[in-house]
Design a protein. Structure first.
Length: 197
């Protein structure tokens, strides 16, 4: 049984909701900027061995929808995104837990692929403490050069063109934040790697 503790943004769950969360399977998927996380998730969902009750949740998209909805945390979330900050872990956990429970209750979803999660170790441990165990982490392995090239190509001609320095900073931040997550799952024999080019 998942034990739930109170935090400023994470209210205790009912016994029924706690029981629902013990029946789900969660796969975390991480990769650097431009590594193709969304594409890999879509390919995974097309695999014949993937269950029909599997859903892909992009954490970035989920938080953008939350910000656009104009709820309690929308202004803060928009500011975090503008500043490149991951945001308050408790807010992320509360939104993610709510979205997962909605899928379970409304659609019978049992398997979740979390695109871009967990990006930092505190998120991994809090998720497992407050929501569910992550069955395994799928880490996309892409060279820094490939990520830089993809990001440079994607931003050409757009208003938010990224400079090479900005791209390099995003990649370095990814490594600093996410390597401890990869090490955590590797030590627990719950890491799978996927080399992409």
């Amino acid at each position: 049984m998942v034990s739930i503790t109170t935090s400023p943004h994470l209210e205790p769950l009912s016994a029924e909701d706690q029981a629902l969360l013990t029946r789900i399977t969660v796969i975390g998927l991480v990769g650097g900027p431009g590594s193709g996380k969304g594409t890999q998730c879509m390919l995974l969902l097309r695999e014949p061995t993937i269950r029909r009750d599997t859903v892909h949740i992009s954490i970035g998209d989920m938080m953008r929808r939350e910000a656009d909805a104009g709820g309690e945390h929308s202004v803060a979330i928009k500011q975090w995104h503008a500043e490149g900050y991951l945001g308050d872990v408790n807010v992320t956990m509360a939104v993610l837990r709510r979205v997962i429970l909605e899928h379970v209750k409304e659609k019978g979803t049992r398997v979740f692929i979390l695109d871009g999660f967990p990006r930092a170790l505190d998120r991994a441990t809090l998720f497992e403490e407050h929501i569910a165990k992550i069955a395994y982490l799928l880490a996309l392995e892409v060279s820094d050069e490939t990520m830089s090239r993809r990001l440079g190509n994607a931003s050409r001609g757009r208003a938010d063109d990224e400079s090479p320095e900005s791209i390099k900073g995003r990649i370095e931040t990814f490594h600093q934040r996410t390597q401890p997550v990869i090490d955590y799952f590797k030590a627990r024999e719950r890491l799978r790697r996927c080399w992409t080019s």
